[in-house]
Design a protein around this ligand. Structure first.
Ligand code: ADP
Length: 175
């Protein structure tokens, strides 16, 4: 099959990412990788204490990069922890760093032979990235990356929390 073009399905999933039985879920983590609030806290609570133990051994992660762990008590087999940029108005490389989160996470997913993956709206909570702009970066970058090399990926879910996020992703996907 290598070299042939398969199309990957990009979809919106409204709800809690921790319940998703996909091969990998992505965590919007912080540079220390030791848990936090928002989706990060929810993932650690659902995965159990072994996740934090594995994260400790990773020695953090720089903004725009990603590192993988097992999913432990989650239905997802892998967690890909990526660190989104803090929004500072848009002139400090935020868009490029956010795009890098999606690229590096998808590259890791490829290395892990992942077929299905779910992303939260990275940086759009405590980190303050405007939803519309963040959804645009997420969708555009995922499409570019998947067109270049999808690996085994068949399904990419954008997990949205709330109506505003859902509308932003619908717009970005052209729905
Ligand atoms: P960041 O620090 O990257 O901004 P947050 O966790 O604060 O990360 O928010 C990222 C996004 O994840 C927000 O849009 C928030 O609404 C959403 N979110 C929070 N909890 C969950 C969850 N359990 N499942 C999916 N998305 C979530």
């Amino acid at each position: 099959m290598s070299g042939t073009h398969r199309s990957v399905v990009l979809e919106i999933y409204p709800g809690d990412i921790t319940g998703l039985a996909v091969d990998a879920i992505v965590n919007a983590a912080n540079e220390r990788l030791l848990g936090g609030g928002g989706v990060d806290g929810a993932i650690h609570r659902a995965a159990g204490p072994e996740l934090l133990e594995e994260c400790r051994a990773l020695n953090g992660c720089t903004t725009g990069q990603a590192k993988a762990t097992k999913g432990y008590r989650l239905p997802a087999r892998h967690v890909i922890h990526t660190v989104g940029p803090v929004w500072r108005g848009g002139d400090t490389g935020e868009a490029e760093l956010l795009a890098s989160c999606y690229r590096t996470s998808l590259a890791l997913a490829r290395d892990l032979a992942v077929r299905s993956i779910a992303f939260p709206a990275i940086s759009t909570g405590v980190y303050g990235y405007p939803l519309m702009a963040a959804a645009e970066v997420a969708v555009t970058t995922a499409r570019e990356e998947l067109a270049a090399n999808a690996g085994d990926l068949e399904q990419v879910l954008f997990c949205v929390f709330g109506e505003e996020a859902k509308a932003a992703y619908e717009a970005a996907l052209g729905e």
